[in-house]
Design a binder for this molecule. Sequence first.
Ligand code: NAP
Length: 283
Amino acid sequence: MTSIIDGKAIANKVSDEVREGSSRLVEKYGEDARPNMTLIVVGDDPISKKLVSMKAKDCETAGITPTVIALSQNTSEEKLLRLIDRLNRDDDVRAILCQLPVPEHISTKRILAAIAPEKDVDGFSARIDCDDYDIAACTPAAVMRMLKESGISVSGRHCVVVGRSNIVGKPMAIQLLLNDATVTVCHSKTKDVGDFTRMADVLIVAVGRPRLITGDMVKEGAVVIDVGMNYVDGKPVGDVDYESVAPKTSFITPVPGGVGPMTRAYLLKNCLRLAELYCRGKK
Ligand code: NAP
């Protein structure tokens, strides 16, 4: 029997936790302590714009003050770096996010590296040994919380991560290791991905290829977490072929309504954490 992990429901719980945490900060240190987030979006990509407006709305629901800065498609890298530098030095700004992807003429690596770690709300500069007291990359932290809420322990289990990006695959593997899993990471040069995914007790897929993982690539009773978010004919589709995979699993995340809302919720969690660390530093 398959259980569907409801990302939306858990995300609402996380948002409530953040709202309570935000109220506690304001009660203790005054209105200036209210967490805030500056969201930068560059260019005209409608999906990026929509995501940023959803993130800003999430902030408001969770007692966080959002500021959206929308820059035109032809913004130069220098101009964007200058903006980030100004925000880094502005004591009133507690958290900065630059929505990806940025236009091709801008280096994602340079932009992400420019955001001060103490304001990096995405957690991309998180330490390799990050634990509950640190800022962690949002998607891996969100996945760990979804597993925990579903009563799934990874300790001693074989977890296979497909994808090795700096923002999902690699930090995901580290989070699993920190929780005592045995971890295999597959990528585009892996000879036969199915040979590895079929061995997974817990399979986490973050590739960006619609329905890459099919039923024959999954072990009976596995837990499957689909991070992928692709658009086919305008509709959101995961990296997992839900129809053939779901019947074989014990737990699975849907797309949409799985990891997506949870990643956004962990952005709020990180934002609160940055504000708490700021207040503690000011005490
Ligand atoms: P990315 O930077 O493009 O990385 C993709 C990874 O997949 C790379 O490591 C690549 O290997 C690997 N890969 C590509 N083709 C493969 C194949 N055929 N077999 C095995 N591995 C393959 O992507 P990302 O930023 O990690 O995002 C991955 C997906 O997750 C995307 O669909 C993205 O939209 C989604 N995402 C969703 C959320 C959410 O909140 N739901 C958050 C973040 C990302 P190489 O390293 O060898 O190139």
